[in-house]
Design a protein around this ligand. Structure first.
Ligand code: HEC
Length: 142
């Protein structure tokens, strides 16, 4: 969950945003596991993950050992908010990305990723207070 190696030893596809969870404390990670283990198990074998070469090779470089930094104290609200946002993967949706799904420098949290449903499109809005960084409409469309 924090390092990118699944329980069977395979390197996880980084769509599971484990790099964002590297800072979770041991206690946080164990609490998440305790919660997940309250779910009633079902039988479901989705089969092994199959990723084509060369992507299968590139993703092997992503996992890193956990280097925890403790969360800032509540008396430091800005630093603590930054820490929470990093661990909650807000940027995964709210960063503006290019056509290769890479974040565009200078567009951190500037919005624009969209999610298409059968009933319409939802845009992750610009979270910055800078108007000119908004790159796309920020309202739900249908
Ligand atoms: C899985 C993608 C995803 C993640 C992760 C995500 N968001 Fe969002 N967020 C969206 C989308 C999509 C909308 C727009 C929803 C709508 O228009 O109905 C949204 C809306 C918002 C809004 C409302 C902005 C407004 O116009 O009032 C805020 C604030 C926000 N997100 C903050 C966050 C924060 C903070 C985090 C991390 C803790 C986060 N989001 C994580 C996709 C995401």
């Amino acid at each position: 969950m924090r390092e990118g190696i699944a329980h069977d030893g395979h390197v996880m596809f980084p769509m599971m945003p484990y790099t964002s969870y590297a800072n979770l404390s041991d206690e946080d990670a164990l609490d998440i596991i305790a919660y997940v283990r309250t779910f009633k198990p079902i039988k479901n074998d989705p089969g092994p993950t199959k990723i084509d070469f060369p992507v299968s090779m590139f993703i092997r470089a992503v996992p890193k050992p956990v280097e925890k930094s403790p969360p800032p104290e509540p008396t430091e609200p800005v630093a603590r908010g930054l820490w929470i946002m990093a661990n909650a993967s807000c940027a995964e949706c709210h960063d503006t990305i290019d056509d290769k799904h890479q974040p565009i420098p200078g567009k951190h949290l500037a919005g624009g990723q969209h999610f298409t449903f059968s009933k319409g499109v939802v845009y992750a809005p610009n979270l910055t207070s800078t108007r000119r960084r908004a790159s796309v409409p920020t309202r739900t469309k249908n």
